[in-house]
Ligand binder design. Structure first.
Ligand SMILES: Cc1cc2nc3c(=O)[nH]c(=O)nc-3n(C[C@H](O)[C@H](O)[C@H](O)COP(=O)(O)OP(=O)(O)OC[C@H]3O[C@@H](n4cnc5c(N)ncnc54)[C@H](O)[C@@H]3O)c2cc1C
Length: 388
């Protein structure tokens, strides 16, 4: 037997759950399919990852009417300080410099954000809103698209949203191609507790191996994303935590005081990717299923939030059929350009800040110095960096 709804979201990660909540709030019947049961998502062990939601994303979430529910779990970013270690060039921003004079964004622990989004969705849609299964096949019939799952269930909807991450099964079932590239670098992600108040600061150190960035999660708790060559990242993750924390303290000039690990140390080999199309008949991709970037510019999920805001806005405006070709064409038009620009900007920064050739390092130092001194350029960088 086939069960039916308006929208089927494949993938209960951040992008999928956010889409599901926002579309449910439009009065549509939404189901999310994810292999993890609700209890496992809620009790997921720490994986060391934290993410910055930039001010542009917060504005989208406010428009969707969802920010008030997420705000208590975020930590405001009040300062950003970027130091290019090789050239000693530095640029700093304070929230007073920002166009709206508010925080640059908010820091969240990944698993906490996912848990809150799950609870928000289940509160609206009930327990039946989440189907614990894995999608294996899709088929279309008139104005319906159906999926078959690993356990043999059949689910139909008017629009299927692929939010199933970088290795998206939905994307490959829809025969949407993918461009993918690697960096030869790995990100270490972990959380530290510390004795000195972080003051809401993001400290970004551009080092020989790649960028190292802090993200406030509370005044005495900070997320660390630390990029190194694959080999060095493996060594650091496998080595004693004392050595890791000592190197971190040195990189941050002891800015956080005494530190201890408050999560395991996770590793993520870094790559970039971009789907050739975001849509197919009765199907749209959002979040990492559509694009994946290097973490240097904190864009990954922020691009996903903008995807969700766009798709939900279009579905709302077109009222009738959420999976109509008009909605899907408009979504592709709306998101491909901005995402392409973010992907290339992020890729450029990632390559610029991991290149140790002397002329490149010198140009990098000069660019940061210029950014620090020229007010219009600083404003532009702030707006761009906030996702505005
Ligand atoms: C070290 C690091 C730091 C980062 N920092 C930032 C940051 O500061 N700011 C930022 O915006 N982004 C950041 N990112 C990126 C961000 O974490 C991702 O963009 C975001 O989590 C992707 O969410 P998603 O929901 O699109 O995909 P995912 O989180 O991958 O979710 C996909 C879901 O789909 C499910 N799924 C997979 N296959 C199937 C199937 N066949 N059927 C059903 N379900 C399926 C999976 O179980 C999963 O739950 C960072 C990433 C890394 C690695």
């Amino acid at each position: 037997m086939t069960s039916s709804c308006d929208i089927m979201v494949v993938g209960g990660g951040h992008a999928g759950l956010l889409t599901a909540i926002a579309l449910h709030d439009c009065g549509l019947q939404v189901q999310v399919v994810d292999p993890m049961p609700a209890a496992a998502i809620r009790d997921a062990p720490a994986d060391g990852r934290a993410l910055a939601l930039l001010a542009g994303s917060i504005a989208h979430l406010e428009k969707l009417g969802l920010w008030d529910e997420l705000a208590p779990y975020g930590a405001p970013i009040r300062k950003v300080e970027v130091l290019d270690v090789g050239s000693a060039a530095k640029v700093g921003y304070r929230e007073e410099d920002a166009p709206a004079r508010g925080p640059f964004g908010q820091g969240f622990e990944n698993r906490v954000l996912r848990r809150i989004l799950l609870d928000q969705f289940l509160e609206r849609a009930g327990k039946g809103g989440l189907v614990t299964d894995r999608v294996q096949a899709i088929s279309r019939d008139g104005d319906r698209i159906s999926v078959r799952t690993e356990t043999g269930e059949s689910l139909a909807a008017r629009l299927l949203i692929g939010a199933d991450g970088r290795g998206s099964k939905v994307r490959s079932l829809a025969r949407i191609g993918l461009r993918r590239w690697t960096y030869g670098h790995t990100a270490l992600g972990f959380i530290v507790r510390h004795t000195t108040d972080n003051g809401g600061a993001v400290l970004e150190r551009m080092r020989r191996g790649g960028p190292l960035a802090t993200l406030p999660l509370r005044s005495d708790r900070t997320g660390i994303t630390w990029v190194e060559t694959d080999e060095r990242a493996r060594q650091l993750a496998a080595g004693p935590s004392e050595a890791l924390l000592a190197e971190l303290a040195e990189a941050l000039d002891d800015a956080l005081g005494r530190m201890e690990l408050d999560s395991p140390v996770g590793t993520w080999p870094l790559s970039g990717q971009h789907a050739d199309r975001y849509v197919a008949p009765r199907l749209a991709l959002v979040g990492d299923a559509a694009h994946g970037v290097h973490p240097i510019h904190a864009q990954g999920f922020n691009m996903g939030v903008a995807d969700v805001a766009s798709l939900v806005g279009l579905v709302r405006r077109h009222k009738g059929d959420p999976g109509s070709p008009d909605v899907l064409r408009a979504y592709e038009r709306d998101r491909r350009g901005p995402n392409t620009r973010s992907i290339w900007l992020t890729d450029g920064l990632a390559r610029l800040f991991s290149n140790e050739l002397v002329p490149v390092a010198q140009a990098r130092g000069a660019a940061l110095t210029l950014l620090d001194r020229l007010t219009p350029l600083r404003r532009l960088a702030i707006r761009r960096g906030m996702g505005g």
